[in-house]
Design a protein around this ligand. Structure first.
Ligand SMILES: C[S@@+](CC[C@H](N)C(=O)[O-])C[C@H]1O[C@@H](n2cnc3c(N)ncnc32)[C@H](O)[C@@H]1O
Length: 227
């Protein structure tokens, strides 16, 4: 997987003709039976750190899932000074990069209303629900698409943790360069009684490195907003 902003990103190739034929069954099964998998220690530790900060914070709470190097986390924190923004990614390499060029490019030297943590969201989401965090906005920007039909359960809406994902955030904002991913997520959200709409991302300034890369390659980026 690349992080660069070069314009050589290939469009998604999938063997699916439309929404996955087993999606409804998969989502209903997960909504009926919650995951009981044990939590990994590193995510429990990361959650304890975040929970301390969240408990002490009185204002708005924003979750930036799959935040990569944290560009969106920084920009969201800068644009929402009253909020606490928690960025989560499972990749230590990305989370710990501490890229001064990124800090300079996003003009976020003086911003400290955010936290970047390495954790596995399959566990972290369940801990958020258990601890009853009140998340105002929940961003999932350019999740790994897993476009092969046989990998549908690796997509967030096909995963065992979807019931928790869809319950986190008064507003959920999901972006992808693969519109079908968002259509599937919206269908799964509807099964869980949440509504939303999909539109093209028009903003000039990319919120994330992957968004910049897709735009530089001439691809359309889409946003699903669940309210
Ligand atoms: C395609 S990248 C997008 C990164 C960033 N949002 C962007 O747009 O530049 C997807 C990210 O999701 C992270 N990710 C995938 N599965 C995850 C999980 N279970 N828990 C936490 N992060 C995960 C990956 O490490 C990767 O950084």
């Amino acid at each position: 997987m690349q992080d660069s902003n070069t314009g050589d990103s290939k469009a998604i190739v999938t063997n699916q003709l439309g929404v996955h034929e087993k999606l409804v069954d998969i989502v209903e099964k997960h909504l009926a039976h919650r995951s009981q998998k044990p939590f990994q220690q590193h995510t429990l530790d990361a959650f304890a750190l975040a929970n301390e900060r969240v408990s002490a914070h009185k204002g708005k709470l924003i979750l930036d899932s799959c935040c990569g190097v944290g560009q969106s986390t920084r920009l969201l924190a800068k644009n929402n000074p009253e909020a606490l923004v928690i960025g989560i990614d499972k990749s230590a390499h990305r989370i710990e990069r501490n890229d001064q060029e990124l800090v300079a490019r996003t003009s976020t030297h003086d911003i400290d209303n955010f936290l970047l943590l390495r954790a596995d969201l399959n566990d972290f989401y369940r801990l958020i629900v258990r601890e009853k965090w009140c998340v105002d906005q929940h961003y999932i920007l350019y999740p790994n698409p897993w476009p092969k039909s046989k990998h549908v359960q690796r997509r967030w809406h096909g995963s065992a943790v979807f019931p928790e994902i869809i319950s986190i955030g008064q507003k959920i904002i999901l972006r992808s360069n693969w519109r079908l991913y968002l259509e599937e997520f919206l269908m799964a959200a509807n099964i869980a009684n949440r509504r939303g709409s999909i539109e093209e991302v028009k903003a000039d300034i990319a919120l994330t490195p992957f968004e910049a890369k897709y735009k530089a390659s001439g691809q359309v980026c889409w946003q699903l907003t669940i309210t």
